[in-house]
Design a protein around this ligand. Structure first.
Ligand code: AMP
Length: 197
């Protein structure tokens, strides 16, 4: 991979893993576009746009929005000139194997630079989420999203792992500590630091 090609990153992590925070910081540090499907969908719902009216029920219940809707949303976003030139980090997408395959299809022949999974035990995320207070964070919705991560998203994570494109990063620690681990994983992928053999 040429070092001048823009970064194309995917960040996985169950609810409350700190994924949103890390993606935002990562995008600022690297000057890449932060693409959060959760933010885009919540915004559509609060604007009561045509898309918002189609997805409201799913988002409020913590259910997955149908693949074709999110795939179109993300494909359009990644096709815009800022994403194409600066690179991007995907936050909350892909959430299913089908979405992962659609992503790789849409960005052919480039592929992604790296997928990162922030690994945080369930007990820790449940504690963290109690203080968050987002409107779609009812107890039922939280439980539903945790379940869906195991069932639907883990297969997508495994697909990237099988391709040698996954870095698992310990997501327990301070925001700065985790950010440093994320940077290290990216640098290692770009060949900027030697990985111990
Ligand atoms: P998040 O902020 O990533 O937790 O997303 C909030 C909600 O938006 C989720 O509970 C889903 O209802 C919906 N959502 C976000 N990303 C996706 C996706 N990739 N596929 C399906 N639904 C999604």
């Amino acid at each position: 991979m040429s070092s001048s090609s823009p970064l194309r990153l995917v960040v996985f992590g169950r609810q409350g893993s700190g994924k949103g925070t890390q993606c935002k910081l990562l995008a600022e540090r690297r000057g890449i576009v932060h693409v959060s499907t959760g933010d885009m969908l919540r915004e559509a719902v609060s604007d009561d746009s045509a898309l918002g009216r189609r997805v409201r029920e799913y988002v409020e219940a913590g259910d997955l929005v149908p693949d074709e809707l999110v795939i179109e949303l993300v494909t359009d976003r990644l096709g815009r000139v800022d994403a194409k030139t600066r690179g991007w980090v995907l936050d909350g997408f892909p959430r299913t194997l089908e979405q992962a395959e659609a992503l790789l299809d849409a960005i052919r022949p480039d592929g992604i630079t790296l997928a990162i999974e922030l690994v945080v035990p369930v007990e820790v995320v449940v504690e963290r989420m109690k203080g968050r207070g987002r409107s779609d964070d009812t107890e039922e919705a939280i439980r539903r999203r945790l379940e869906l991560y195991e069932r639907e998203t883990v297969p997508a994570v495994e697909m990237f792992a099988a391709k040698g494109l996954l870095a698992r990063v310990d997501g327990v620690g301070t925001v700065d500590e985790i950010a440093e681990r994320v940077e290290h994983a990216i640098d290692e992928r770009l060949g900027k630091v030697g990985s111990p053999r």
